[in-house]
Design a protein around this ligand. Structure first.
Ligand code: DX5
Ligand code: ZN
Length: 218
């Protein structure tokens, strides 16, 4: 399905109300829920791990899209799969054996995603095309929400769209997505837009209507 999908990142939601936030944003039209896992080592910030994902699972009706910003990845794959992740995305920069990691993700029963930091080229991707269900182009340096979109990544999106061809692989953008930047990446061929601050701004669990308006604006 190549239609444009919005995946709100709960990194920008109320951490004390994640379950209700997931339901609220889905009620407002979210296509997937993007879950940012950070380890304070691969990225300079900490969020949460598989236990939080398992707790969230019953509150997500759509797709639980788990973005692992952790290193190493392999020791935790089974736990995130058991927690109910539909998609588990690992960074190519997270270790020397991304091929093994992607194999392990599929082996655990989840869809496999491959994320590329802004400073990383696409030369590894052709060797991994048969093993991925999603490629995530980071349009900010991972670690924090609310950063500015790095426009040089649009050319990378375009090149990856061409490389993917008609394979059933999602092309995801993560970071700095706003009503201004979304058209740039959509035009370049992205089909899943992660957005944190742009979706959650101005709303709350008790008044989620702005979430819907924000998503429609993207
Ligand atoms: C960044 C995370 C993103 C982040 C995006 O490290 O991977 O998913 O939540 O936040 P915004 O949309 O605010 O840039
Ligand atoms: Zn993310």
């Amino acid at each position: 399905d190549r239609s444009l999908k919005i995946a709100p990142s709960i990194l920008a939601a109320d951490f004390a109300a994640f379950g209700a936030e997931c339901r609220a944003v889905e009620d407002q039209g979210a296509d997937w829920i993007h879950v940012d896992v950070m380890d304070g080592h691969f990225v300079p910030n900490l969020t949460f791990g598989p236990a939080m994902c398992a707790a969230l699972r019953p509150h997500i009706r759509t797709v639980m899209d788990v973005h692992l910003m952790i290193a190493p990845v392999d020791p935790y794959i089974e736990a995130f799969a058991k927690a109910g992740a539909d998609i588990i995305t690992a960074h190519v920069e997270a270790g020397p054996h991304i091929h093994r990691t992607l194999q392990a993700i599929r082996g655990a029963g989840a869809k496999a995603g491959l994320a590329l930091n802004p400073g990383t080229g696409i030369e590894a991707v052709p060797h991994l095309l048969d093993m991925v269900d999603l490629i995530c182009v980071m349009t900010v340096n991972p670690g924090f929400g609310g950063q500015s979109f790095i426009a040089s990544q649009v050319a990378k999106v375009r090149a990856l769209r061409e490389m993917i061809g008609d394979r059933p692989i999602h092309l995801q953008i993560d970071g700095g997505v706003t009503p201004e930047t979304a058209p740039l990446v959509a035009e370049a061929g992205a089909d899943v837009l992660v957005a944190g601050s742009a979706v959650f701004r101005g709303g709350s669990v008790s008044d989620p209507a702005p979430y819907g308006a924000n998503m429609r604006a993207i």
